[in-house]
Design a protein around this ligand. Structure first.
Ligand code: 16G
Ligand code: MG
Length: 555
């Protein structure tokens, strides 16, 4: 096949001219900005995905069009590598360069990538594209397809899908369907089959009631639609009641991010009995949080840290029971509540690693363990299993050496089904929800039992506008500021004033703001610490707008 690179420029000029002058960067969430500034970006990502596929011997590459939990006018794009991982870091740089060159330079830039990456431009390729349900997504998807076609690549569009589904399709395609079948039905089927087998016929156990209230708005995003479709494939093995089925603006006062950051119920929650399990996912269904209101009308959040600890306890138990020799570890970010970290280390006795914010960092670190559990506090996470873990669990389930007792073999079988239930490629709200329900059911737990494991430290997140958020540079997994000069020293002094105090500041990767996190032993101290850190950051990092105010001391 011969590919004429001149078409690259011709198409760009005619259909997708670059209409912005400022540079943008491929960050933790790929490229994300207002939808009208993204057409040329999408076209170029179609080109890049095709090159990536050819560089990977024709393996399928994914392109997902979504801005997850961002407001409705935003959209975004990220690429998925062959095994469902986030795009390799060296190619993130290529993506950034490709998007920032002018239309005139585009053809040369493509030629440069082909040469440097030793790509056979006439070879086979395949790109899978999916999108969320924003009204501008179809137009942007067309731009990606045109990018692929310009380089005579093969493209398959899946239409509206969740981000985790697209990751799943890519892995299926690259493993000859050994991981599952690369269709929406194949995805549902894989999850429901293992879920139903794990649940058995006894739907309620101990304090576990088969009733889950699901925020059907799912941030009004694609998660809502897919969850409703998914529920049709389940029979009554999981009793879910969906509220908020109506239409509304994406992520408006609902969704996992809203519930987590506001620490309150989404709007539209009906009157329900106290202590009923509720859950919410984000716009593209890769984050999940649980919550409930207790008998005192007190809101309680069960976030990503809680989900991670629940999963760790369950997996440890099964691994011990079946006696396979594998390492297990848990990966968090600086946003993890200090109480959860203490619990994991001191009670569960599982090693904890902390990485920078962003799924790719956590995922990468988790692969260092045989069983690597990773979760961000915001509810994004999953578990990854090494080949060694998979093989030894498989051998135990078959009792290969004939030296295991019945209980050990049963535990290994249960572990295998659990592996099947988990979407290892990326955090997946639907799969994570089924896993949480399985564990609570196994333990016979209600939400209060789950919450009783440890008590969260009060915590708060704030946003601050500064002239240039990049004046803040961070290190040590986001926990320390390197610049501006003196800021870290001031934060250390403030933190030292409060029992169990902890605070850090980092530039957001998805919004033009600086984020401030604080936790301490009491709510009052937490709010005060956050405000003091906001104020010093405002002063040292060039804050704009009104100076943050600090509540008067209670002492
Ligand atoms: C993106 C990341 C998420 C991270 C968040 C931080 C992925 C798939 N998603 O949504 O992991 O927590 O950004 O946002 O990597 P921030 O930089 O605005 O705080
Ligand atoms: Mg998301």
């Amino acid at each position: 096949m011969s590919v004429n690179l001149r078409a690259v420029y011709a198409f760009a000029r005619e259909m997708y001219p670059k209409n912005v002058t400022t540079d943008i960067q491929y960050g933790t969430a790929g490229f994300r900005t207002r939808n009208d500034k993204l057409y040329y970006v999408m076209y170029r990502m179609g080109l890049l995905a095709t090159l990536r596929s050819r560089a990977k011997d024709g393996q399928t590459i994914g392109v997902m069009i979504t801005a997850s939990h961002n407001p409705e006018p935003d959209n975004g794009v990220k690429l998925v590598d062959p095994m469902g991982e986030m795009l390799d870091q060296s190619w993130e740089k290529l993506a950034t360069n490709l998007v920032n060159v002018s239309d005139m330079e585009l053809q040369d830039e493509i030629a440069r990538i082909i040469e440097n990456e030793k790509i056979d431009i006439g070879s086979a390729s395949c790109v899978f594209v999916g999108m969320d349900n924003r009204y501008h997504s179809p137009g942007l998807l067309k731009a990606v397809e045109d990018g692929v076609l310009t380089l005579k690549g093969r493209v398959k569009s899946f239409g509206i899908v969740t981000t985790p589904m697209l990751h799943y399709f890519v892995v299926c395609a690259n493993t000859n369907n050994a991981y599952g079948v690369a269709t929406e039905e194949g995805y549902y089927d894989k999850l429901t089959t293992s879920f139903k087998r794990l649940r058995g016929t006894e739907f309620e156990r101990g304090n576990y009631k088969n009733k889950l209230i699901f925020d059907g708005k799912c941030a009004n995003g694609v998660g809502a639609r897919k969850m409703l479709r998914f529920l049709k494939t389940m029979d009554n093995s999981l009793g879910i009641e969906v509220f908020n089925k109506g239409e509304g603006k994406i992520n408006h006062e609902c969704g996992a991010d809203y519930v987590k950051v506001q620490q309150g119920c989404p709007i539209g929650l009906p009157e329900i009995e106290p202590n009923t399990r509720c859950c919410s996912v984000d716009g593209d269904a890769d984050r999940l949080v649980y919550f409930f209101t207790d008998a005192n009308n007190q809101f309680n959040l069960l976030d990503g840290d809680r989900i991670a600890t629940l999963i760790a306890g369950y997996l440890m138990d099964l691994i011990e029971k079946c006696g396979v020799d594998v390492t297990i570890g848990l990966v968090q970010t600086a946003y993890a509540n200090g109480a959860s970290t203490e619990y994991i280390q001191n009670v569960l006795k599982v090693p904890v690693a902390t990485t920078s914010t962003g799924v790719k960092h956590l995922h990468h670190k988790a692969t260092e363990f045989d069983v690597g559990i990773y979760f961000e506090a915001n509810g994004h996470g999953t578990v990854v299993f090494s080949n060694k873990a998979r093989k030894s669990i498989h051998a135990a389930s078959k009792n290969v050496g004939n030296d295991l007792n019945e209980e050990q073999v049963a535990a290994a079988r249960k572990l295998l089904l659990t592996i099947d239930l988990i979407n290892e490629t990326v955090g997946d709200a639907i799969s994570d929800m089924l896993l949480v329900e399985t564990i609570l059911h196994t333990n016979g737990w209600d939400v209060k039992d789950w919450l009783a494991a440890y008590t969260d430290l009060p915590n708060v997140q704030q946003k601050l506008m500064v002239a240039d958020r990049n004046v803040i540079r961070v290190t040590d997994a986001d926990r320390k500021c390197v610049t501006p000069d003196g800021l870290q020293k001031e934060i250390d002094l403030l933190v030292a004033k409060y029992p169990k105090g902890r605070s850090f500041v980092r530039p957001s990767g998805t919004e033009d703001v600086v984020r401030i996190y604080a936790e301490a032993a009491t709510r009052e101290d937490t709010d005060r610490l956050a405000s003091e850190v906001s104020l010093i950051t405002y002063r040292l990092a060039g804050g704009i707008g009104r100076e943050p105010s600090v509540p008067l001391s209670h002492m």
